[in-house]
Design a protein around this ligand. Structure first.
Ligand code: GLY
Length: 411
């Protein structure tokens, strides 16, 4: 059996794991990343909505606060990733100008939308009801039967696959990515000391960052994650038949969204349509009924998409936690969690980075404005405490218990 040593071992190479690896590299650490299929988890299905307002539902004020703090970091995070990867500005497809149109299909959907807008007012989040005619000015492709609408100026989008490719380039150039699954964490005297992979190779590490998405809980019982599978579709439409802005709708109580990518040189535009959400075991199998439901609902909001080409149907699992908020921070000696992001892994990537910078003692000013980074760290501490489910969760079966009073981190 072979073994290798590093300062930081990151388990998981989705956007969250690679962001963690990049921050550890910038802090001067020697980094190894373990993942059998980098970017083939939730990242692969993600539409890339940066939507702290419309993603936060009743009872989810914490998620709204985390998302708002993360969104403030997005411009500097995107340009720092592009710079580190040697890519031109705009390469990761960040759009923070076009905003989001919320559409309600029937009278009951309008009632539900108004309740949501009232919640936004209560939480100080920006959204405003629009008459359907004004919605058509924002998005001329809006269907004729839409009954109500709202404008959400602060919800935006990014291209998760472009972002992942940029991060992968950065991490491959300066660290090591091993295409194997982690089989188990290794422990000594109540501290995590590394991991062993599926082939039996041991990785000794000063710090392990567990960013294995919904599978994190199989490696550490204190990360109670579960799979929340969802399907997204990728359509290719002529630009004049595709939406110009992100559209989020509710059709007879069912949510659906359409996220347009920039117009291509040939005059077409990719549109990501999503997403179903199920509580079931993880698999990558797309159900016919999910494709049917997404297309049925999106076409009444945006009828122009009927002519689009169906490029891809992708099913992957979001990592849910018991309260669907993430687990960020030091969970045990030698172990840092970056998981449980549920529907917001892409949105929360910069906040995860800021929290890790804080734990590693890295300078946030390297890529973010310090005030926004400080607000993100504070939001993470308040709403994403990795120990909030109690110390009983913080111990793997048969291991030495970890005190629930551990704070901060020296990863
Ligand atoms: N963030 C959108 C989704 O998870 O479907």
């Amino acid at each position: 059996m072979s073994s290798r040593a590093c300062d930081v071992l990151v388990v998981g190479a989705g956007v969250v794991g690679l962001t963690a690896a990049w921050r550890a590299l910038d802090a001067g650490a020697g980094v190894v990343v373990l993942d059998p299929a980098p970017g083939d988890g939730a990242t692969h299905a993600a539409a890339g909505m940066l939507a702290p307002v419309m993603e936060a539902g009743f009872g989810e004020e914490g998620q709204a606060r985390l998302g708002t703090a993360a969104l403030a970091l997005w411009p500097s995070y995107a340009s720092a990733v592009e710079h580190a990867a040697g890519l031109p500005p705009g390469a990761v497809g960040l759009d923070t100008t076009s905003g989001t149109l919320a559409l309600a299909y029937d009278a009951d959907d309008v009632v539900a939308l108004r309740r949501l807008l009232a919640l936004h007012r209560q939480w100080g989040l920006g959204s405003a009801e629009l008459p359907p005619a004004a919605a058509r000015e924002r998005e001329p492709g809006t269907g004729p039967r839409v009954a109500g609408a709202a404008w959400v100026p602060g919800d935006h989008s990014v291209d998760p696959r472009a972002l992942h490719a940029a991060l992968a380039g950065v991490v491959a150039a300066r660290g090591t990515v091993v295409r194997r699954a982690a089989a188990a964490l290794t422990w000594a005297d109540g501290a995590v000391t590394g991991a062993v992979d599926a082939a039996g190779t041991t990785y000794a590490a000063g710090t392990v960052v567990l960013a294995a998405g919904h599978a994190s809980g199989t490696l550490y019982a204190g990360a109670p994650t579960r799979p929340v599978p969802g399907t997204t579709l990728r359509l290719l439409a002529d630009a004049d038949r595709a939406p110009r802005v992100v559209v989020r709708g509710v059709v007879q109580g069912r949510p659906v969204y359409a996220v347009p990518r920039p117009v291509r040189p040939d005059g077409t535009r990719e549109v990501v349509v999503g997403a179903t959400s199920h509580e079931r075991a993880d698999d990558h199998l797309t159900r016919a009924g999910d494709v049917f439901a997404l297309l049925r609902d999106v076409r009444v909001l945006l009828p122009g998409l009927d002519e689009a080409v169906l490029l891809e149907a992708t099913t992957r699992s979001r990592p849910g936690s018991p309260d669907n908020a993430p687990l960020l921070g030091r969970a045990a000696p030698g172990l840092h969690l970056a998981t449980g992001h549920h529907r917001n892994g892409i949105l929360l990537a910069p906040l995860t980075a800021a929290a890790l910078d804080h734990a590693l003692g890295a300078a946030p000013s390297a890529w973010a404005d310090e005030e926004a980074a400080g607000a993100a760290v504070a939001a993470a501490a308040r709403y994403a405490d990795p120990l909030r489910f109690g110390p009983a969760c913080g111990t793997p079966a048969g291991r030495t218990p970890v005190s629930s009073t551990i704070e901060g981190g020296t990863a």
